[in-house]
Ligand binder design. Structure first.
Ligand code: DGL
Length: 258
């Protein structure tokens, strides 16, 4: 666990965390990455919090047993349910979580209208309530659960009619709300950014937490003396509790989000 040459463990319910992995590779190109997707149990966002806490703790145990020196919870849902418990259980382990990038959206203009898209679990947890309280006087916040996007990404169905139809129906009630910003508060959603843009138009600004989490990972590793000293490109190892999903993981790693 305390070896700078060990890999960074990256975890998500499935494929979504690959949007975070893309940023980790950019910010930390010399680190080895061990990515575990829990495809057999996805989606997480519609399950009870206690179940997700257990699944996340089990995933962390698995990554630690494989030698991870830090854990990136590349999943807003797992972070909401389990980050605090993990930090308590492993006080010396750098644990990096994801949370909806509300701050940059709220501060992007004078009192913008901000839609926060996330899983039902993320939106109902106290962590999100605390976040909205912090920015409630800076922007108008519309919390929008979008669980249907997760299985679409898990099936690699970006750019399909089904994706477009789901997004159109999801945003239909908000057509006249003057949306300025959309926060992608689930790591699966950046893969749907092009579909979202096609429905919402090009003036809406999108925000997600991937780059911030990658930078925070670098800060915490540096602070713990755990940055990998080698100067050659790091390796990537994909694991999935549903092995049939491995080829799609490789494809999403190459997927251009913007
Ligand atoms: N990717 C996850 C997140 O960031 C959750 C998706 C799911 O399994 O519901 O919230």
């Amino acid at each position: 666990m305390n070896n700078p040459s060990s890999p960074i463990g990256v975890f998500d319910s499935g494929m979504g965390g690959i949007s975070v992995l893309q940023q980790l590779l950019r910010v930390l190109p010399h680190e080895d990455m061990l990515y575990f997707g829990d495809g057999a149990n996805a989606p997480y966002g519609t399950k009870p919090t206690a179940v997700i806490r257990d699944l996340t703790e089990r995933a962390a145990e698995h990554l630690l047993a494989r030698g991870a020196k830090a854990i990136v919870l590349a999943c807003n849902t797992a972070t909401s349910a389990a980050a605090a418990a993990l930090r308590e259980r492993y006080p010396d382990l750098p644990v990096i979580g994801l949370e909806p990038a509300l701050k940059p959206a709220a501060l992007s203009a004078a009192y913008p209208t901000v839609v926060v898209m996330a899983t039902p679990l993320t939106l109902k947890e106290e962590k999100f309530a605390a976040l909205t309280r912090r920015f409630a006087d800076k922007c108008r916040i519309i919390a929008l659960p979008a669980p249907g996007l997760v299985p679409l990404v898990e099936a690699g169905r970006m750019g399909t009619d089904d994706a477009r139809t789901y997004i159109e129906a999801l945003f239909a009630p908000y057509r006249d709300e003057g949306i300025d910003c959309v926060v992608l508060g689930c790591t699966h959603f950046p893969f749907m950014k092009r579909d979202l843009r096609a429905v919402l138009g090009h003036t809406v600004r999108f925000y997600d937490g991937a780059e911030g989490a990658a930078r925070q990972t670098r800060v915490l590793l540096d602070r713990a003396g755990l940055l990998n000293p080698k100067e050659i490109p790091g390796t990537i190892c994909f694991e999935n509790s549903d092995e049939t999903r491995l080829p799609l993981m490789e494809r999403l790693l190459q997927y251009e989000i913007d």
